[in-house]
Design a protein around this ligand. Structure first.
Ligand code: HEM
Ligand SMILES: CC(C)=CCC/C(C)=C/CC/C(C)=C/COP(=O)(O)OP(=O)(O)O
Length: 310
C-alpha cells in the first residue's frame, strides 16, 4: 500500500504544479479520442453541449490523474521519469492531490450528467474508478497483467464521447474501445523495455521485471498482431470508410514492422541499439492512435460533402 504520510509536508505549489497533477500530456490523447467519439456519432450535438461535455471529460480524466499521483507518490518518488512530479517533489501534498482528484471527479461527473446524459456520466465515473482504484490501487502493484486489464480505463473515453451524443453504447463505440484496449499493451511495454530499471527499482511488477525482456518482446508482437484486425475491421462499420481503411492498413503494417523489429532484438546486442528501436516504436504508438482517430474524424467531416464513409 502506498505510504502517503511521507508526502504531507506542505510545499510551495504554483498553478503549474496543479496542472501537472492532471497529467496533461497523456490526457490530451484521451480527450482527443473522446472528442472523436462524440463527433463521429450519428446524432448531432449542439456545439455548446459538445464543448461542455468534452470539458467535463477532460476534467474527469485530469481528476483520475491526480488520484493516481496521490496513491502512487511513493512509486513516483523512486522512478527517474516521475520523481519531479508535484507530490514527490514536495510541491503539492498527497492530501491536496487527493482533494483535487475527488473534488474534480465529483464536479466532472455531475456536470457531465447535467450537460449531456447520465449514461455518459456513469461511464465517466466508472472510468475514473477503474483507473484510480482498479488499476492504480490494485492491479499496478500486484500483477504483470496490470496494464492489460487496467488499460480498459484508457479505452473508455471514445465510448463516453459517443454516449454523450447518442445516450447509447453501440458496436462502433465498442470497436473504438477495443482499438485502444488492444493498443495499450504494445504502447506501454515498448516504453517499459527502455525504462525497465525504473520499474524494478520501484518494485512495480511490470512484465519486463517479472518475466524479462524476451517475454515482453513476444507479448508486444502478439498484441500488435491481434490489434491489426480490430483496427482494420473498424473500417467496415458506419464510422469507417476508404480514408480510414487506407490509414489503418498503412499504420498497422508499420506498427507490425516495429513490433517485429523489437521481437528480433536480443540482449547480446548493444543496449543503445535496442533502446533506439524500442523508443521509436513507443513514439510511433502515439502517432498510431492519434492518426486512427484522426481518420475516423476525416470520414465524418467529409460526409456532408458526399464523401467519407462507404
Ligand atoms: C494502462 C494504460 C497505459 C499505461 C500504463 C501507459 C503508460 C504510459 C507511460 C508510463 C508514459 C510515459 C508518460 C510520461 O511521460 O510520464 C506514457 C506516455 C503517453 N501515453 Fe500512455 N499509457 C497507457 C494508456 C494510454 C492511453 C489510453 C493513452 C491515450 C489514449 C495514452 C497516451 C499517452 C501519451 C499521449 C503519452 C505521451 C506523453 C508525453 O508526451 O509525455 N496512454 N504512457
Ligand atoms: C476519462 C478518464 C477518466 C480517462 C482516464 C484515462 C486513463 C486511465 C488513461 C490511462 C493512461 C495512463 C497515464 C496510464 C499510466 O499508467 P501509470 O499511472 O502507471 O503511469 P505513470 O507511471 O506515468 O504514473
Amino acid at each position: 500500500m502506498s505510504d502517503i504520510r511521507a508526502y504531507e509536508q506542505p510545499g510551495e505549489a504554483g498553478f503549474g504544479d496543479y496542472v501537472q497533477l492532471l497529467k496533461p500530456r497523456v490526457m490530451s490523447l484521451v480527450v482527443f479520442t473522446a472528442l472523436v467519439g462524440l463527433l463521429v456519432a450519428p446524432v448531432g450535438v449542439h456545439p455548446v453541449i459538445a464543448f461542455a461535455s468534452i470539458l467535463f471529460v477532460a476534467l474527469g480524466a485530469g481528476a483520475s490523474g491526480a488520484l493516481n499521483m496521490w496513491w502512487d507518490a511513493d512509486i513516483d518518488a523512486v522512478m527517474r521519469r516521475t520523481k519531479g512530479r508535484p507530490v514527490p517533489a514536495g510541491k503539492v501534498t498527497a492530501g491536496e492531490a487527493l482533494a483535487v482528484g475527488l473534488g474534480l471527479s465529483g464536479i466532472a461527473v455531475v456536470m457531465l450528467g447535467l450537460a449531456a446524459n447520465w449514461l455518459s456520466a456513469g461511464l465517466l465515473a466508472f472510468t475514473i474508478f477503474f483507473y484510480a482504484v482498479v488499476y492504480s490501487m490494485w492491479l499496478k502493484r500486484s500483477t504483470p497483467q496490470n496494464i492489460v486489464i487496467g488499460g480498459a480505463a484508457g479505452a473508455f473515453p471514445p465510448m463516453i464521447g459517443w454516449a454523450c451524443a447518442t445516450g447509447t453504447v453501440s458496436i462502433e463505440s465498442v470497436l473504438m474501445f477495443a482499438l485502444i484496449f488492444m493498443w495499450t499493451p504494445p504502447h506501454f511495454w515498448a516504453l517499459a523495455l527502455f525504462m525497465k530499471d525504473d520499474y524494478s527499482n520501484a518494485g512495480v511488477p511490470m512484465l519486463t521485471v517479472t518475466h524479462g525482456r524476451r517475454s515482453t518482446r513476444n507479448h508486444i508482437l502478439v498484441y500488435t498482431i491481434l490489434l491489426a484486425p480490430v483496427a482494420v475491421g473498424a473500417a467496415f462499420t458506419s464510422i469507417g470508410g476508404p480514408i480510414y481503411l487506407a490509414a489503418a492498413v498503412a499504420l498497422n503494417a508499420w506498427f507490425l514492422v516495429g513490433a517485429w523489429r523489437i521481437w528480433k532484438r536480443h540482449e547480446d546486442a548493444a543496449e543503445a541499439d535496442n533502446y533506439a528501436v524500442e523508443k521509436s516504436v513507443f513514439r510511433f504508438s502515439l502517432y498510431y492512435l492519434f492518426l486512427h482517430f484522426g481518420a475516423f474524424l476525416a470520414e465524418a467531416a467529409l460526409k456532408p460533402y458526399g464523401m467519407g464513409g462507404w
